[in-house]
Write a protein that binds this ligand. Structure first.
Ligand SMILES: [Zn+2]
Length: 250
């Protein structure tokens, strides 16, 4: 998971700000599946609008990483794949602070985009022009803010997981890897449980969510699967670490 996918004959290739960008066909398939609720046979522009918003938002996120790599003197290319993407560096980034900055730059770029979208509507109100513009506006804010925050959770291999690893190792040395993985298992497990409770409409939670502000994300099947898999992955890494350490000591 989160490795660079192989090239296919259906890849879309272009350059943006000097960065090679490749869009894997699986990206379009995933945006199509996740935008399913926007589908209306009489108004196909809603689904197409959602796909365009997802494309721009994930591209801006990855370009945020790519620009930060460049600022560190490291080239990179961008791949959009599944519901997200990767900025693949061509060299190692030296310096813990720089690596943390590179990880934060993706969600940071999304927050800046959300801010610009919000400011543009404040300057010249456009979101209220029609149902469609209102849809584009809320989707742009939603993806860039909510997905940015979710991405900052200290879970491997999300951006927040990379940051927590750097911080924990910086503070605790070798032991930091174990602590960061434990944090990853705990957080991903908690999100998976939250998603399951949302999915089963657990009454006490529903009562709390009913009064929650609009931006509080409600878990669903995809967050349950994603964070369930990530919790399992981090748990396996933790087991491997224990095995390596016990054999190292003997
Ligand atoms: Zn990222």
């Amino acid at each position: 998971m989160f490795c660079e996918p192989d090239r296919t004959g259906y890849d879309l290739n272009f350059r943006l700000f000097g960065f090679p960008v490749r869009v894997h066909p699986f990206f379009w398939l995933c945006t199509l599946i996740f935008g399913e609720s926007a589908w209306n046979p009489d108004r196909p522009e809603f689904l197409l609008g959602w796909m365009a918003v997802a494309f721009v938002s994930f591209l801006v996120h990855e370009l945020g990483h790519a620009v930060a790599f460049r600022a560190c003197g490291v080239g990179s290319h961008v791949v959009l794949y599944a519901l997200g993407g990767l900025a693949v560096p061509w060299d190692h980034v030296n310096g813990r602070g720089k690596r943390v900055a590179v990880s934060l730059a993706g969600p940071g770029a999304g927050f800046v985009l959300a801010g610009l979208v919000w400011a543009s509507n404040q300057a010249t109100p456009w979101a209220g022009a029609s149902l469609f513009t209102a849809f584009l506006y809320t989707q742009l804010l939603w993806i860039n803010i909510v997905w940015g925050v979710v991405n900052l959770l200290p879970v491997f291999p999300l951006d927040g997981g990379r940051v927590s690893q750097e911080v924990c190792v910086g503070l605790l040395g070798r032991r930091g890897i174990r602590v960061a993985l434990q944090l990853s298992v705990g957080t991903a497990g908690a999100v998976a449980v939250y998603s399951l409770l949302c999915l089963t409409a657990f009454a006490p939670l529903m009562a709390v969510l009913a009064d929650a502000p609009w931006w509080v994300p409600v878990g669903g099947l995809w967050t349950l699967v994603l964070f369930g898999v990530l919790a399992h992955q981090s748990y396996q890494l933790l087991q491997q670490l224990s095995w390596t350490e016990s054999h190292w000591e003997q």
